[in-house]
Design a protein. Structure first.
Length: 259
C-alpha cells in the first residue's frame, strides 16, 4: 500500500507546488499526469481531478474572500453560464454511455486540445492584459455581462469534459472582458467560480462512476502542503521562467495525447 500511495502523494505535492507558484496548472497538469504516468483511464482521471480541484480551490477562495479580492458579480455571471452547461454536458455523457471506465476517444481529444489552449493562454496572458489596458472606450456593461455568461458556458462544457480550463483559459477571458479590474480580483473571482463548477461536474462524474476515491485522497495528502509551500516561494522565483516552462510542458503533453 505504501509503495502504491507514495508516488501519488509525491505527484500531488509537485503539482500543488506548481499551482502555488504560478496560480495555474492544477487540472492541466494533474489530469495528463494521471493518464500518461499512472495509466489511469481518462474519464476516471477527469472525474477524480474535478473533485480534487473543488477541495483545493475552496481554500484559495476563502483566502481571496478575506482579502476582498473576489468580485462576486463576475463569479455569478460565470456560474450562470457554466453550471447549466456542466449539467447538460453530464446528461449528454450519460446518454452516450460514458460510465466508469467506458469513455469515447472524444474525452482524450478534448483534454489534449484544452491543454494546448491553456498553454497559449499562459503565454499570451500578460500581452493581452497590456492590450486591454490600452483601450480608451468605455465597455458596454450589458454586452460584457452577456459575454461573461457565454464564457461561462464554454468553460462549463470544457471543464466537465476535460477538468482543464477553469484556470488559465478562464483568466484569459476575464482579462479581455474586464481590463479595468485589478488582476488580483480577477484571479480571486476565477478561483471562486471554479469551486461550484468543479464540484457540480465532479459530483456528476461520481454519479457516472468515474471517481477514484483512493486516488483523490492520496493526491490531496500531497497537494495541500505543496500549494502552501509553492505560495510561500512564489515571490522568490522568476514568474517569466515558470510560465514559459509551464506552457512548454502543457504544449508537449497536449500534442503527445493527440498522437
Amino acid at each position: 500500500m505504501l509503495l502504491t500511495i507514495a508516488p501519488l502523494i509525491l505527484s500531488g505535492f509537485l503539482v500543488g507546488g506548481l499551482v502555488g507558484l504560478t496560480g495555474v496548472g492544477g487540472g492541466s497538469l494533474m489530469t495528463p499526469l494521471l493518464v500518461l504516468v499512472f495509466g489511469i483511464h481518462p474519464i476516471t482521471a477527469v472525474g477524480t481531478d474535478l473533485l480534487y480541484a473543488a477541495v483545493t480551490k475552496t481554500g484559495g477562495t476563502l483566502v481571496h474572500h478575506r482579502r476582498g479580492t473576489v468580485d462576486w458579480q463576475i463569479t455569478r455571471r460565470l456560474a450562470t453560464g457554466s453550471i447549466p452547461a456542466a449539467i447538460i454536458t453530464l446528461i449528454v455523457l450519460y446518454e452516450v454511455g460514458v460510465r466508469g471506465g467506458a469513455s469515447p476517444r472524444l474525452i482524450t481529444i478534448v483534454l489534449a486540445c484544452a491543454l494546448i489552449m491553456t498553454a497559449v493562454c499562459v503565454l499570451a496572458h500578460r500581452k493581452l492584459r497590456m492590450m486591454t489596458l490600452a483601450r480608451r472606450s468605455e465597455p458596454d456593461r450589458r454586452r460584457i455581462a452577456i459575454c461573461t455568461i457565454g464564457a461561462g458556458i464554454i468553460l462549463g462544457v470544457l471543464v466537465t469534459l476535460s477538468s482543464v480550463g477553469a484556470g488559465a483559459i478562464g483568466m484569459t477571458a476575464l482579462v479581455l472582458l474586464y481590463p479595468g479590474t485589478p488582476i488580483a480580483k480577477l484571479v480571486g473571482s476565477d478561483i471562486a467560480h471554479a469551486v461550484p463548477l468543479t464540484l457540480v461536474a465532479g459530483i456528476g462524474h461520481w454519479l457516472l462512476g468515474s471517481v477514484n476515491w483512493f486516488l483523490l485522497l492520496s493526491l490531496l495528502l500531497g497537494s495541500l502542503p505543496g500549494i502552501y509551500l509553492g505560495s510561500y516561494f512564489a515571490a522568490r522565483v522568476p514568474d517569466t521562467i515558470l510560465r514559459l516552462a509551464l506552457a512548454a510542458t502543457l504544449l508537449l503533453v497536449g500534442v503527445r495525447m493527440l498522437g
